[in-house]
Write a protein that binds this ligand. Structure first.
Ligand SMILES: C[S@@+](CC[C@H](N)C(=O)[O-])C[C@H]1O[C@@H](n2cnc3c(N)ncnc32)[C@H](O)[C@@H]1O
Length: 268
């Protein structure tokens, strides 16, 4: 397992960058104002990966509010973004479980990456309503959609995937019971109901054999989630993990993890 959340976020950042929909990002950028500094908020910012990705394509002058409950991650994000020219970064340590209108007020863009599968349907409805009230554009990248494929295949792959998806739906990180793999469908409904035009694009991780450490930590994470859901299957899960790690160590493992990006904007 990864040492810290920061280590895990650093390990996954190149895969995230490769996976994200550049077309959807461009579509969002076209909706944003260019005649004044852009005001954006990144929810669950971690070490700022989403801001690093977006800041290259956004209008030159940017004012970011980065929100997370973890002060160490926020400090790392602020440090890493300091060299970006014309970008003002403010951080706010807060539990996003209850959304406060002032983080949305006056923003042009509300964004997040790798967050929506952690949140509940009720929270997504509140998010869409807050975005609507502030008339913001929205972009949510890299939401897990419940699909994955491993090659070479092992007989238990499907069982582990189902256990892992059940585990995702039992998560509660302070947002209520997580929508998990259903999050993008639910977010689409919530934003459409709030009056938004919604567009979705795939952003799957396609991990090649050289992404050994990421693959290793990924399958170890799946095994640990599966064990929590089905303790009675521990020996089956451990045996599956041993074979999957052998594939990784032998440079023959390919893993696809299904993600989607979702954007929402108000028609002018
Ligand atoms: C999977 S990480 C994604 C981080 C970052 N957006 C990225 O793509 O690298 C989820 C982030 O949400 C934050 N988080 C989780 N629950 C939260 C909560 N209730 N309030 C605020 N932040 C939370 C975590 O601290 C973590 O930084």
């Amino acid at each position: 397992m990864h040492e810290t959340l920061s280590d895990w976020l650093a390990l996954r950042e190149p895969a995230d960058v490769a996976a994200r929909s550049a077309a959807l990002t461009r579509a969002v950028v076209e909706k944003l104002p260019r005649d004044r500094p852009l005001r954006a908020v990144d929810l669950g910012t971690g070490t700022g990966s989403n801001v690093r990705y977006l800041s290259r394509d956004l209008p030159a002058e940017q004012e970011w509010l980065l929100v997370d409950r973890d002060p160490a991650l926020l400090a790392e994000a602020a440090r890493s973004l300091r060299p970006l020219r014309s970008t003002v970064v403010e951080t706010r340590e807060m539990n996003l479980g209850v959304l406060e209108p002032d983080i949305f007020s006056g923003r042009d863009l509300v964004t997040a990456s790798a967050l929506l599968d952690l949140v509940s349907e009720t929270w997504l409805r509140a998010l869409a309503d807050e975005c609507r009230a502030a008339s913001t554009t929205a972009l949510f990248a890299l939401t897990y959609n419940g699909r994955s494929h491993c090659s070479p295949e092992e007989p238990e792959d499907e069982m582990i995937r189902e256990l892992m998806n059940r585990h995702q739906r039992q998560n509660d990180k302070g947002f209520g019971r997580a929508a998990g793999p259903d999050a993008v469908d639910i977010a689409e409904r919530c934003f459409a109901a709030a009056g938004y035009h919604v567009r979705r694009e795939p952003s799957d991780w396609v991990l090649t054999p050289d992404a050994r450490e990421l693959q290793r930590q990924l399958v170890e994470g799946w095994a640990s989630a599966a064990r929590e859901i089905a303790q009675e299957q521990t020996s089956v899960i451990d045996d599956w993990l041993r074979r999957r790690l052998e594939h990784v160590d032998a440079n023959r493992s390919r893993i696809t993890v299904g993600h989607e990006d979702l954007a929402a904007w108000l028609r002018s």
